[in-house]
Design a protein around this ligand. Sequence first.
Ligand code: NAP
Length: 276
Amino acid sequence: MTIPAITLNDGTSFAALGFGTYKLTGDEGTNAVVSAIDNGYRVLDTAVNYGNEAEVGEAVRRSPVDRDELVVTTKIPGRHHGRDEAIASVTGSLQTLGLDRVDLLLIHWPNPSVGKWLETYEGMLEAREQGLVRSVGVSNFTAEMLGRLIDETGVTPAVNQIELHPYFPQAEMRAFHTEHGIRTESWSPLARRSELLAEPVFGRLAEKYGVTPSQVVIRWHVELDATPIPKSADPQRQRENADVFGFSLTADEVAEISALERGRLFDADPNHHEEM
Ligand SMILES: NC(=O)c1ccc[n+]([C@@H]2O[C@H](COP(=O)([O-])OP(=O)(O)OC[C@H]3O[C@@H](n4cnc5c(N)ncnc54)[C@H](OP(=O)(O)O)[C@@H]3O)[C@@H](O)[C@H]2O)c1
């Protein structure tokens, strides 16, 4: 399966669809990531706080796919915020991953009450200077935070990974990203922990296009020009989730799906929700 490549604002290669790894741990986790790469995924999404960087790194080494074709993403946790702490964090991640470069490094949550995301980002830029990191980005940043980051450092993040699914389509954030050349990456793209896939619209469109409800949801992300990162431990579902480039949705269908909007899955507003 070939997943289309796209180019980030720093000129590096990314993909229209990536692979989430939250909860993929141990040998089963490693095997699931190996199988995802085998099934065509090139963007891999881990984090210090997922406790599976070792598994992801092992899968990268075990896979026959060339290291340079993969975009290994990890994230700096709240407890590592600060300039020097950010450099120490990515150095630790590289050790755990067993790799010599992180392709995309994100700030996992801004944690406004800690007030150190700007210094953290400066540390990430330093890590990029040192060749430890190829691209820098953020996760769960608001438009206001992004504006400040750009004004104060002059470096627009390549990516903002945000909660995005049909129940929370984030039209304003996506418009801000487009305006500033920031790639939108969708976390929980299938709205884990909800009954999203049972919504009638997905059954109806799945039948129309001869696909599954999950494929309709994932195609909706592609139509929005966001990069979804569905997680599945199951090789068959991994293939299903990646096989969304042979059909498209009409503008009316995209709008009908976006009209399912009802808000966040849980109370993860980055102005208040913090993770260490
Ligand atoms: N930056 C952040 O703050 C943040 C927050 C949350 C998540 N993330 C990232 O985003 C990734 C994806 O989000 P997520 O893991 O929360 O949720 P998700 O990808 O929306 O959904 C994953 C769930 O859906 C199931 N599933 C996958 N494909 C399916 C299919 N074709 N049909 C039916 N069920 C299917 C999976 O089960 P099986 O594994 O059994 O298939 C799993 O239970 C994470 O893994 C993580 O990398 C980032």
